[in-house]
Write a protein that binds this ligand. Structure first.
Ligand code: NAP
Length: 245
């Protein structure tokens, strides 16, 4: 069987889980990555299978370059090259710059930026050999416009944009595309911690007036993963209700 393989990092919850479901519906065999939440990842797989799709769990910490190299190498050996990589895994440790702890800065950059770089590097080797591939990075509107209290997170998310443009140029000759989704305010566990006042403040700044859903981001990821976007590379696409234009 000629399967098309997609790996989604942070596929156990929120936006990543919605992307896994959507790519499976579009016919991909989906590797569902998670770092600690195996139970939630297993639920995502069960839903995929219940809907007639296929995939498997693939736990590893994206910030551990040795693990990334080993896991992605093993997937290629046992199954074949990845056609799609979605770098969605992310954490947000918020706080004002003057109180920013080195450990929190390091962890944010390690997961949100270096994790995506490690996975992109390994997937790129497979995709270049296959002369086909699509890499989708999940950045953030905060990486485009900044936000008080999110200096480390925005550094990581803007870094991901610069990185992706460089890599898009490096890989284009081998028919490997690299694009960035910059979600705005999306309702997931990551945004559940906001107070009602903070949520209302956000909503007032969004022209469409509502928060987005994980499925809104998944639709864009599906487009960028498909041949419908065959002439799209090096782009940053906002899914933000107009919050940043
Ligand atoms: P979430 O609900 O908090 O889920 C985060 C996911 O990342 C989980 O699957 C988690 O796995 C995984 N993860 C965390 N650290 C990891 C690591 N070291 N290695 C592998 N996986 C790891 O977050 P979300 O709201 O869906 O956000 C997904 C992405 O969208 C993030 O990159 C985030 O920055 C970005 N984003 C979100 C929003 C928003 O409003 N929600 C807006 C803009 C951008 P476990 O379940 O195993 O912990």
């Amino acid at each position: 069987m000629n399967r098309r393989y997609a790996l989604v990092t942070g596929g156990s919850r929120g936006i990543g889980a919605a992307i896994c479901q959507r790519l499976a519906r579009d016919g991909f065999y989906v590797f569902i990555n998670y770092s600690s939440n195996e139970g939630r990842a297993r639920e995502v797989l069960s839903q995929i299978e219940a809907n007639g799709g296929a995939g498997e769990l693939c736990g590893f910490d994206v910030s551990n370059s040795a693990q990334v190299e080993e896991k992605l190498g093993a997937l290629a050996k046992s199954h074949g090259p990845l056609e799609v990589l979605v770098n969605n895994a992310g954490i947000a440790i918020d706080g004002l710059l003057v109180r920013l702890k080195d450990a929190d800065l390091d962890r944010t950059l390690d997961v949100d930026l270096k994790g995506a770089i490690y996975c992109t590097r390994e997937a790129a080797k497979q995709m270049m050999r296959a002369r086909k591939g699509s890499i989708v990075q999940v950045s953030s509107v905060i990486g485009q416009m900044g936000n008080a209290g999110q200096a480390a997170y925005s550094a990581a998310k803007s870094g991901l944009i610069g990185f992706s443009k460089s890599v898009a140029k490096e890989l284009a000759g081998r028919n490997v595309r690299v694009n960035v989704i910059a979600p705005g305010f999306i309702e997931t566990e990551m945004t559940q911690g906001l107070t009602e006042t903070q949520k209302q403040d956000y909503l007032r700044t969004i022209p469409l007036g509502v928060a987005g859903s994980a499925d809104d981001v998944a639709s864009m990821a599906a487009f960028l993963s498909s041949d419908q976007s065959r002439y799209v590379t090096g782009q940053v696409i906002g899914v933000n209700g107009g919050l940043y234009m």
